[in-house]
Unconditional design. Structure first.
Length: 97
């Protein structure tokens, strides 16, 4: 079996000259949908504002977005596991099964 050829960055990261801000927003939204990254879609505007204020590097900005996605996935996974375990719910009026 032959090894997988290395990825050439210049081919993978194609620069799209003349991409308007509106087109860029649409492209990011569509990519997040396709890649199933709901948290990044939800927090992108806020993350952009924070990155500008805190002068984050591109790598720092990307790290913040990806960590937010991972944290939210962990949170949702915990909720799903607790629900599937069938633990009783505790509400303000007492224990429910």
């Amino acid at each position: 079996m032959s090894p997988t050829p290395p990825i050439v960055v210049s081919q993978t990261l194609r620069r799209r000259r003349g991409l308007t801000e509106q087109a860029a927003v649409a492209a990011v939204d569509q990519a997040c949908r396709r890649l199933r990254l709901p948290t990044i879609r939800a927090v992108l505007d806020e993350a952009l504002a924070v990155a500008g204020k805190e002068q984050l590097s591109y790598q720092g900005f990307l790290a913040e977005l990806l960590l937010a996605e991972c944290d939210d996935r962990d949170r949702r996974s915990s909720i799903r596991r607790v629900k599937s375990a069938g633990f009783p719910e505790i509400s303000g009026s007492g224990l429910r099964l």
